[in-house]
Design a protein around this ligand. Structure first.
Ligand SMILES: NC(=O)c1ccc(NC2CCCC2)nc1
Length: 246
């Protein structure tokens, strides 16, 4: 997967390009991230990238021309087949379904805003889709862009070797994760559930599924309402509720 990033702070992205699963994906050529900095498209002595808002008010906006040129250069490099995404609280709320949709695209260009944002006419003329990682305001779009890159990259075939973590399977898609345990067997009197210490893989699968269903029921009934539970899942959830309905 190829991602073009338009940002005034490209160095921030080392968090995804130089570390962990995504860093290895870059090394393996499964993920490529290229950068376009609007500051490189300025022509004044101070390399100005911000501008004052019409109508007054606090703060600045990103200056139009450098941003437009950076986006257009990124589009040209993508060969015209990329979706240009702007990250902002005004965008479509990102969830795993949205991540799956975005992961089907070969090429994405992510535009990270700074200051108070960008001129609306750029949103209209140069942005294809606006996305939000949540209902909160950040100082820049970079962290939102990196969040999106990480979530989408994990769905690129080969990025999540089984060694990393069990890839999302149909059993638990749409549910919260089950509890996880590792050594030691006991921490201050708290023990690992016995089923996980045995070798009965079917019992372990059922236990994990039951815990995922139960935790979703307890913490995120809204997610559960969207799940079509099969008969096994309905049975396990009923069992969990019987055992946990305080
Ligand atoms: N929730 C989000 O995805 C999000 C994205 C960008 C942002 N801030 C940027 C947007 C314009 C200037 C700073 N804040 C929040």
């Amino acid at each position: 997967m190829w991602v073009g990033v338009v940002s005034l702070f490209p160095d921030m992205f080392s968090a995804v390009t130089d570390h962990g699963v995504t860093g290895r994906a870059v090394k393996q050529g499964l993920l490529e991230v290229d950068f376009w900095n609007p500051r490189d498209y300025t022509h004044d002595r101070h390399r100005t990238v911000d501008d004052r808002p019409y109508g007054g008010g606090p703060g600045m906006l990103m200056k139009v021309e450098p941003l437009r040129q950076a986006i257009r250069s990124a589009r040209a490099a993508a060969g015209g087949s990329a979706r240009v995404i702007y990250l902002s609280p005004q965008g479509r709320r990102l969830d795993q379904a949205g991540v799956r949709e975005l992961a089907t695209r070969e090429r994405l260009i992510l535009v990270a805003g700074r200051y108070e944002g960008i001129d609306e006419r750029i949103v209209e003329a140069d942005i294809d889709e606006e996305w939000s990682i949540g209902d909160y305001v950040l100082s820049g779009g970079e962290l939102a862009a990196m969040t999106l890159i990480d979530a989408v990259a994990r769905l690129v075939p080969g990025v999540l070797g089984h060694a990393d973590s069990a890839e999302e399977d149909s059993f638990t898609a749409g549910l919260l994760d089950c509890p996880h345990y590792t050594r030691p067997e006991q921490i201050e009197g708290r023990r690992v559930p016995e089923v996980l210490l045995g070798g009965n893989h079917e019992a372990i699968r059922r236990w994990r599924l039951k815990q995922a269903l139960g935790r979703t029921w307890l913490r995120r009934p809204d997610l559960l309402a969207q799940c079509q539970l099969n008969s096994e899942q309905q049975e396990l959830l009923a069992e969990y509720i019987r055992e946990n309905d305080t």
